[in-house]
Design a protein around this ligand. Structure first.
Ligand code: IMP
Ligand code: MG
Length: 189
């Protein structure tokens, strides 16, 4: 599997350190948000993480354990790279959206922000349900011209325009279990 990588872009230690920092920042912001609302102590029950499946699973598992507050999960499945391709085919929702979002503080979580189609679509559908707030959190922010204008409120790393795998990111369903993030060799595609 490692032979298919051109190079490691971000190793596991760097990822772990950054995910820890992101967790601290998100926790601080959510506490501030709830305090600003004058909310009672159990208001943290209104925090909902909306991870975009499947790519965000590993990031989600690590990030949520850095958040020391009550929260729930509402998964959403989206596919944009069906089969063996490094070209996005546009985002399609493959599951029901979480339906109890009204008045909640939502954090949408994904592995990577690329063209913006996936997060743009999911965010617009979440916003239709009138959440109290909606933030976007990604591990990777690819430096490209977006097809859909959307910014991440939290981004772990800015990366160049290359196709990356590992730490949840796949090519044709594989490489998600690589602990580091690497650039895939063109021959492997
Ligand atoms: P967007 O809709 O173009 O912003 O792409 C976001 C989705 O495409 C993410 O949820 C990823 O699953 C996938 N994606 C985008 N770029 C890459 C990449 O470099 N490697 C693997 N998956 C990617
Ligand atoms: Mg994805």
């Amino acid at each position: 599997m490692l032979h298919d990588l051109e190079r490691i872009l971000i190793d596991r230690e760097k990822i772990a350190a950054r995910v820890h920092e992101m967790g601290e920042q998100i926790a601080r912001d959510m506490v501030e948000e709830l305090q600003a609302e004058g909310a009672s102590a159990d208001a943290s029950e209104r925090i909902v993480l909306v991870p975009i499946m499947v790519g965000s699973v590993i990031f989600l598992a690590d990030l949520m354990r850095e958040l020391p507050m009550k929260l729930s999960l509402g998964l959403v499945a989206v596919s944009s790279y069906p089969g063996a391709t490094v070209q996005s085919k546009g985002a399609t929702i493959r599951s029901e959206l979480p339906s109890d979002i009204k008045g909640k503080h939502v954090i949408i979580i994904d592995d990577i922000l690329d063209s913006g189609r996936t997060l743009g679509l999911v965010k617009s559908l979440i916003m239709e349900q009138a959440p109290a707030s909606c933030r976007v959190c990604v591990l990777l922010d690819k430096q490209v011209d977006r097809a859909v204008e959307i910014q991440a409120d939290y981004a772990g790393f800015e990366i160049p325009d290359a196709f990356v795998v590992g730490y949840g990111l796949d090519y044709d369903g594989h490489y998600r279990n690589l602990p580091d993030i690497g650039v895939l060799k063109v021959e492997a595609t």
